[in-house]
Design a binder for this molecule. Structure first.
Ligand SMILES: CCCCCCCC/C=C\CCCCCCCC(=O)N[C@@H](CCSC)C(=O)O
Ligand SMILES: [Zn+2]
Ligand SMILES: [Zn+2]
Length: 461
């Protein structure tokens, strides 16, 4: 059942009102809890059927996160899970066309923090379910919905607690769908038509704190080197010496091979023969930030702190560097390279957070999740497997399933990727309604007895 005519329950105003609630997460334990509470009240108000249907249980986990258990009518079918988060990264008004929590609509776009990451999924999932319930739909297959409250600051108190609760209950999932990729339109140079990339793994992460201590003193008689100068030099070395190219050593190889037929001649031949051309291809792809993130472990200098007054030499300078680890590398190896690159004992290096790249989810035609996604997006976009360049709450669920997929059915154009965590994050009203439609259909497709026979290759879809 496709939604050609949108019902009022599927339209965007519910997302707009959710965007206006500033559920900002600054650091772990530094969350706008007033807004998180308001968000909880808001979803109860606008999704009454979700909260009152007798076969749906809702629980508040870790004070602000939500877990919904939708009891299907057939207990023989293995459940699945839809995951999203309500928290957002901070946004200052500077640089935005409209204030980031205004949800202003302009030329068909809703502007605001969380429109892509990730209130579009949180509200979209609940909105699709609310609509199904109002049509008296009772799912056959049970499923869980997790709406985390601290994904942007690690997910340890929200998403992870949900995962632990389900694990303690002995739950096993047939698959899990989270944010983390999208339908790319003009993002990959050389491909004209939109492609739906479903991320089957997720990069690892390493955040380091760098500290330099030196003697404080009067700025009128400065030493040759200060804590700021030493630290700045170390940071600059890290930025000027990117991590090695690893293109072709992870699932991105498969992704580009799958995509080969979407490229025009001669790129299609080149992409089909990456065993030979990957050194050249990686040099082309790395020129843009999103492409670079596919090619290597990325290095991002994100925090720099030092000094209190213009005429005081500071004792302490500290900074943070955030690495996103390519699937072919591990934390330990990245740390070794960092130490060699900095090569200065005066720079104290401490690990703030670290985890290796996530396991690769099944991508064969037999995997239920794959069949469902094929079915749900088949008529609209070709799809291929990919890597999620950011991190998601789904990484806390590896004990519940090996089939974790990261995909938002939202069209991302070339300039959209930088809007995520950046200025002018936005979603078109049309795209949001399509996302709800996708979720509405996906829930129903999970109940189909026999899914269509898989196609042999992705470009046939
Ligand atoms: C050849 C070019 C290919 C380019 C592919 C780019 C695909 C981009 C598609 C979507 C954007 C990625 C969004 C990732 C979602 C990340 C969610 C998030 O922000 N998570 C936080 C978690 C912090 S706790 C570790 C994060 O910082 O990653
Ligand atoms: Zn997110
Ligand atoms: Zn994010």
């Amino acid at each position: 059942m496709s939604l050609t005519v949108f019902n009022k329950y599927l339209r965007a105003p519910r997302l707009e009102r959710a965007i206006k609630i500033p559920t900002v997460a600054f650091f772990r334990k530094q969350l706008n809890t007033t807004a998180l509470i308001e968000f909880g009240k808001y979803i109860q108000k606008v999704f009454p059927a979700v909260f009152s249907t007798e076969f749906i249980q809702h629980e508040v986990v870790g004070e602000y996160s939500y877990l919904f258990t939708v009891q299907g009518s057939d207990p023989q079918l293995m459940p699945y899970m839809l995951l999203a988060h309500m928290d957002v990264v901070p946004a200052s008004e500077e640089g935005w066309k409209f204030p980031p929590f205004s949800a202003e609509e302009d030329e068909g776009y809703i502007y605001g923090r969380g429109t892509l990451d990730n209130k579009n999924s949180a509200i979209g999932i609940l909105q699709a379910l609310e609509f199904l319930l109002r049509r008296n739909y009772r799912p056959r297959r049970s499923f869980y919905i997790g709406i985390g409250h601290d994904e942007e600051v690690s997910g340890l108190d929200g998403g992870k607690q949900i995962a632990m609760l389900l694990q303690a209950r002995g739950v096993k999932l047939s698959f899990l769908l989270d944010e983390g990729s999208g339908i790319l339109d003009g993002v990959i140079e050389g491909i004209k038509s939109p492609v739906a990339l479903i991320a089957i793994t997720e990069k690892g992460l390493l955040t380091l704190n760098l500290t330099v201590r030196s003697d404080p003193g009067h700025s009128s008689a400065p030493p040759k080197e200060t804590s700021i100068g030493i630290l700045a030099a170390a940071m600059s070395r890290l930025e000027k010496n990117p991590m090695p190219r690893l293109f072709g050593y992870g699932p991105e190889l498969m992704m580009f091979e799958h995509l080969a037929s979407e490229f025009a001649f001669p790129l299609n031949i080149i992409m089909k023969n990456l065993w030979l051309f990957s050194p050249i291809v990686s040099r082309i792809i790395e020129r843009k930030p999103a492409g670079n993130s596919m090619v290597r472990t990325t290095t991002a200098l994100t925090i720099f702190n030092a000094g209190i007054k213009f005429n005081v030499i500071p004792h302490l300078a500290s900074a943070a560097v955030n690495f996103r680890i390519h699937p072919a590398q591990k934390v330990a190896e990245v740390l070794e390279i960092v130490k060699d690159t900095i090569d200065d004992d005066r720079v104290e290096i401490t690990v703030t957070e670290a985890f290796d790249p996530l396991p690769i989810s099944p991508w064969d035609d037999q995997a239920l999740g794959v069949q469902i996604f094929r079915r749900t997006i088949m008529d609209v976009f070709p799809h291929v497997s990919s890597i999620c360049i950011g991190n998601t709450d789904s990484r806390h669920f590896t004990n519940l399933t090996d089939a974790i997929y990261r995909f938002n059915p939202v069209i991302l154009k070339a300039d959209d990727v930088s809007r995520i965590h950046g200025w002018n994050e936005r979603i078109s009203v049309k795209d949001y309604e399509k996302q709800v439609d996708f979720l509405f259909q996906l829930i129903q497709n999970c109940d189909i007895d026999k899914l269509p026979k898989p196609h042999l290759s992705t470009h046939e879809l």
